[in-house]
Ligand binder design. Structure first.
Ligand SMILES: NC(=O)c1ccc[n+]([C@@H]2O[C@H](COP(=O)([O-])OP(=O)(O)OC[C@H]3O[C@@H](n4cnc5c(N)ncnc54)[C@H](O)[C@@H]3O)[C@@H](O)[C@H]2O)c1
Length: 446
């Protein structure tokens, strides 16, 4: 072992193999979900490469730099093979995945036509929906129940039925952004939450009904939206109790991805920041939902958090105490899914002299989000099969993918993309009993 490494946990219990089929249940078969599903099928047929997916294309260094040992991640840890992944999902509209993908217009018509027979076979189950939580949508394909408990039981029945056809299940929320909800008494324990389901407590949003159902079934749950969902004590408790892993929320795709790259760079060089103005135009259904102030508020909170945590103004008051941070999202239909984001960053250097940096990211929202959704699903399934991880609740090592990472009570979340990436890879080394990499490396100079 070199000084660049640290002894791996020799005691790590073995990870169970990924035998059989992995069933992926997606809540919300919209732009992100259909781009992921169609993309996985295109990759399976050899029509395209899984670009952007760490689980499919990433490697992991093992041992010393001189060992030249960097296997593919998917060959190092036992991940479900894409050929073993089976999709289903819920939506408030009846469109099958082909129709919904055509509507989202992320992938071109020719690609979708090639995949049509497969995609049109995936039809949504009826959804749990209440317009109070997503004002801009009028769902028609929805479950009816006498109370929220009844609806949760119906989702559990959906999961149980699907589980009969596959070997393992993961649920991921790729549904719309709900209105901003603050944690309240109903969220503080499993008992309070279950009582709230009976009494239709307004603090329980549809996303939480799905999450409760999944975790009650011992099924891992990921949240691609900024909704409160599992970021409450009741869900953390349920996740631990039923060995059903959870992680943070809101896919870290475009602007926040760039923020969590640039902010650590400024901080590493002790450059100050006085302002960060971020604006976006987008014209997909997500953009339409976010045009509504209460859903925007949920997204805004999620996007705002990263800078505060990365800059640690309490440690660096001279550099980061007075940042004016503003985020705007504008619904602009002509752009569809091809979002454009501008960032103006006012920084200052030696002796306080000001400088500016402009970032103009012409991205494709769902093209960035789809591989993240896939990786989260595959890694949560891995966590469920890993004795060291399955019962700890929050999988902080998956923060890498999320705008709002979740951490244990009393811990601040880690937003720096490079720390997140190191944490993820060291977690993989740890569960496979390999030495961790610390990047010290003095022994190369002995
Ligand atoms: N695309 C990105 O880069 C990105 C990044 C971060 C987060 N997100 C979030 O991911 C989510 C999905 O984004 P999208 O672009 O696919 O949006 P979308 O509007 O295309 O798809 C959302 C789908 O969810 C469905 N839905 C809404 N409420 C539902 C419910 N209660 N049950 C079942 N289905 C429901 C809608 O009918 C729709 O089909 C949004 O919350 C978005 O904010 C997207």
């Amino acid at each position: 072992m070199s000084t660049e490494q640290q002894s791996g946990q020799q005691t790590a219990e073995k990870v169970a193999p990924a035998t059989g089929k992995l069933g992926v249940m997606v809540v919300g078969l919209g732009a992100v979900a259909t781009t992921m599903i169609a993309g996985v099928e295109a990759v399976r047929r050899g029509l395209a490469k899984p670009i952007g997916s760490l689980t499919q294309m990433g490697t992991i260094r093992l041992g010393k730099r001189t060992d030249s040992k960097s296997p593919l991640i998917k060959d190092f840890v036992p991940l479900a093979d894409l050929n073993d992944v089976v999709f289903t999902g819920w939506d408030i509209f009846e469109d099958n995945v082909y129709e919904s993908a055509a509507h989202a217009a992320v992938l071109d018509k020719e690609t979708l036509l090639q995949l049509k027979p497969y995609l049109e076979n995936i039809k949504p189950l009826t959804a749990v929906f209440d317009q109070y939580y997503v004002k801009r949508l009028h769902g028609t394909h929805v479950k009816k129940g006498k109370n929220k408990r009844d609806l949760a039981d119906q989702v559990r029945a959906d999961i149980q039925a699907f589980r009969k056809t596959v070997d393992r299940v993961v649920v991921i929320w790729a549904g719309s952004t709900e209105i901003f909800l603050e944690p309240s008494a109903v969220h503080q324990s499993i008992e309070a939450f279950e009582k709230g389901l009976e009494t239709n407590d307004p603090g329980i949003a549809p996303s939480q009904i799905y999450a409760y159902a999944a975790l009650s079934e011992g099924v891992p749950f990921a949240n691609g939206a900024p909704n409160l969902t599992v970021d409450i004590p009741a869900m953390v408790e349920l996740s631990k109790r039923n060995a059903a892993p959870i992680c943070g929320k809101d896919f870290k795709t475009g602007q926040t991805f760039m923020k969590t790259v640039l902010a650590p760079a400024f901080k590493a060089r002790m450059l100050g920041v006085s302002g960060w103005f971020s604006t976006n135009i987008l014209g997909n259904r997500d953009g339409e939902v976010l045009d509504e102030p209460q859903s925007f508020k949920t997204k805004e909170e999620s996007k705002l958090g990263s800078l505060e945590y990365i800059f640690q103004p309490e440690l660096y008051p001279d550099l980061y105490n007075h940042i004016y941070h503003k985020i705007r999202i504008n619904y602009y239909p002509p752009r569809g899914d091809e979002k454009e984001a501008w960032d103006n960053i006012d920084i200052f250097g030696w002796l306080g002299y000001p400088m500016q940096l402009k970032v103009n990211f012409l991205c494709r929202d769902s093209i960035l989000a789809a591989p993240i959704a896939l990786d989260l699903v595959l890694f949560l399934d891995l966590a469920k099969r890993t004795p060291d991880l399955r019962s700890i609740g929050i999988q902080e090592w998956l923060s890498f993918y999320l705008k709002s990472p979740q951490a244990a009570a009393g811990l601040y979340p880690e937003h720096d993309l490079f720390i997140q990436s190191m944490k993820l890879k060291n977690t993989l080394r740890h569960i496979m009993g390999q030495d961790l990499i610390t990047h010290l490396g003095l022994d190369y100079y002995d």
